[in-house]
Ligand binder design. Structure first.
Ligand code: 6PG
Length: 249
């Protein structure tokens, strides 16, 4: 049984689920609702996938809807990518291909991979141009993804927006290369203005290792962690958190 708590303090929705299976189920159910609403409203569903480990189970469960999900009207993007080729074990694209794309009839032209093999700066520039073309933007307009999936790192990063990294303060670019001192590597990432223009942002958080960060995010004020800067200005912010990660709330 999931509790659906609407916290009075912020316009977030916190859904606490029993375990990772509950997280996967809740995420897939919400993705389907978002897809059906988007297609009803504007004929297509645009989703930016998150990387790391947590989403893998969500993508695998979503793949079980291979015969019913509106794949031809769904367009897949990536909220961030590592500086590795698409077949590298660390590639977010590879993880999504293995757990989802390889199992469902999504048209290849509906999948927009970040070409990290070009180098982070070039890949970010190219991806930003891809977004501008796909969303046919007027000058000054920002893409509005129907749904952006996100995770939380144990030090409070999301996408590849890490503490004390330059991209945290980016306000004009949609996609940038970002040096991550902790990892000694460049990554490609959506920026906060792009994330906060989404129709919905969905955090997927599991495991006791995230309990302290979840406590701090929900029970302290301020923007100590990058993840606290995610607040879609005209959209929904949903947190799907398992009981282990919510254990300090
Ligand atoms: C990445 C992700 C990153 C991820 C967090 C949490 O490229 O690694 O985009 O932001 O969401 O690191 O990862 P887990 O959910 O696997 O702990």
């Amino acid at each position: 049984m999931t509790e659906n708590i609407r916290r009075p303090r912020k316009p977030d929705y916190l859904m606490v689920v029993p375990d990772v299976n509950g997280l996967n189920r809740a995420a897939v159910d919400d993705i389907r609702v978002a897809a059906e609403a988007a297609i009803r409203e504007h004929g297509r569903f645009t989703i930016a996938l998150s990387g790391g480990n947590t989403p893998r189970g969500v993508y695998s469960l979503l793949a079980e809807e291979k015969d019913t999900f509106p794949w031809t009207k769904t367009y897949f993007f990536f909220g961030d990518e590592r500086s590795v080729p698409p077949d590298h074990p660390d590639s977010n694209y590879r993880m999504a291909r293995e757990s989802l794309f390889s199992k469902v009839p999504v048209p290849e032209q509906n999948i927009f991979r970040i070409a990290a093999e070009l180098g982070a700066a070039k890949a970010a520039e190219q991806y930003e141009n891809t977004l501008k073309q796909f969303f046919t933007l007027q000058a000054g307009q920002w893409p509005r993804f129907d749904l952006i999936l996100l995770g939380i790192g144990e030090e409070g990063h999301t996408a590849s927006l890490f503490p004390e990294s330059a991209a945290l303060t980016e306000t004009s670019r949609m996609v940038v290369s970002n040096w991550i001192e902790k990892l000694k590597t460049e990554r490609i990432t959506f920026t906060f203005p792009l994330i906060n223009n989404a129709g919905e942002a969905m955090f997927l958080v599991a495991g006791a290792g995230k309990a302290e960060i979840i406590r701090d995010v929900f029970l302290t004020e301020g923007e100590k962690y990058p993840v606290q800067r995610v607040h879609p200005a005209h959209g929904r912010l949903l947190w799907i958190v398992d009981q282990a990660a919510a254990s300090l709330l």
